[in-house]
Design a protein around this ligand. Structure first.
Ligand SMILES: [Zn+2]
Length: 302
């Protein structure tokens, strides 16, 4: 990620269709170009008033196992894989129209979004992208699950996920790290799929949701690996957790220049990390504004 880059939008519109994991509802996501500085704007195109919710941390709803946004009638479930696709491809401004509440599960990854967005193409915009340079190391969370930020040596953005579940799960400890660029996101992260253990899948189905979801629609991991499916990468689970981390941190609305390492983090901790990034960005901006050298030089009055 280039810290001095400009904002991007897409050159044309594109769409993705599918069914939501939780609701089973068929849904279409239309993505359209948007003006610089406008961010990611989510619109419920199926409702008469077409209510809108900015894809911003302040509208995140605290729920288990996914990231939802809510602003009045504008409700969206499972936005993280769309947000990861947009952030990973450095698409900062986009109007996203969804004709239902839950975004499509697709194959459990961001690949469906990435393919359509890549076909639409990117446009460089006039405004510089906001970014936060991490200047010191700090950590949030608990000893058993944390996210740490630390400075990077060359102004790069690095993401790392260390996965280590409890002994009784069939998912082996694994890690993934990447210096994030759109190219590497597309090749190494976008296709990594959501996963659950067989026990989790049974619990979810017993709760009466996701009955239409098959073992091909995500990874259901048993003692001998994925059931009726194959890993795309040996560390696909750690890559998918990295994808979720990128998507959830994107709700802070700024690029992170530095290293982000998550040890067993999930959506809740990702949201805390995004809040920290947002606070730091606001305080750094206020500090920069108070420095005389950073003020805009105004011409002397005649
Ligand atoms: Zn996910």
């Amino acid at each position: 990620m280039n810290p001095s880059r400009h904002e991007h939008t897409i050159a044309g519109s594109c769409q993705v269709t599918g069914r939501g994991y939780w609701t089973g509802q068929a849904v279409t996501v239309e993505m359209h170009p948007a003006a610089c500085g406008s961010g990611i704007r989510m619109i419920r195109s199926d409702l008469p008033s077409q209510p809108e919710c900015p894809a911003n941390l302040q509208y995140r709803e605290a729920v288990a196992m996914r990231t939802n946004l809510i602003k009045g009638e504008a409700r969206f479930q499972m936005v993280e894989h769309l947000m990861a696709a947009l952030a990973g491809m450095e698409i900062d401004n986009c109007i996203v129209e969804v004709n239902g509440e839950e975004l499509p599960g697709l194959d459990g990854s961001s690949l469906g979004y990435v393919e359509q967005l890549a076909t639409a193409g990117l446009v460089i915009q006039a405004q510089a992208r906001k970014h936060l340079v991490i200047r010191e190391r700090y950590r949030i969370g608990q000893p058993e699950s944390w996210i740490e930020f630390s400075p990077s040596l060359r102004g790069e953005s690095c993401f790392e996920y260390q996965l280590s579940f409890d002994d009784e799960t069939p998912i082996v400890p694994q890690a993934f790290q990447v210096e994030l660029t759109p190219d590497r996101f597309m090749r190494e992260i976008a296709s990594a799929r959501t996963f659950v253990t067989m026990q989790q899948a049974e619990e979810i189905r017993a709760a009466g949701v996701g009955s239409h979801v098959t073992n091909q629609d995500l990874l259901v991991i048993g003692e001998d690996g994925p059931i009726d499916n194959h890993f795309r990468f040996t560390n696909e689970c750690a890559r998918h957790k990295t994808l979720d981390l990128i998507g959830d941190l994107a709700l802070a609305g700024v690029d992170i220049v530095g290293r982000v390492t998550s040890f067993r983090g999930g959506h809740r901790l990702n949201a805390e990390a995004a809040a920290r990034i947002s606070e730091l960005f606001v305080s750094e901006s206020a500090h920069a504004d108070s420095q005389p050298n950073n003020r805009i030089q105004r011409p002397e009055a005649a």
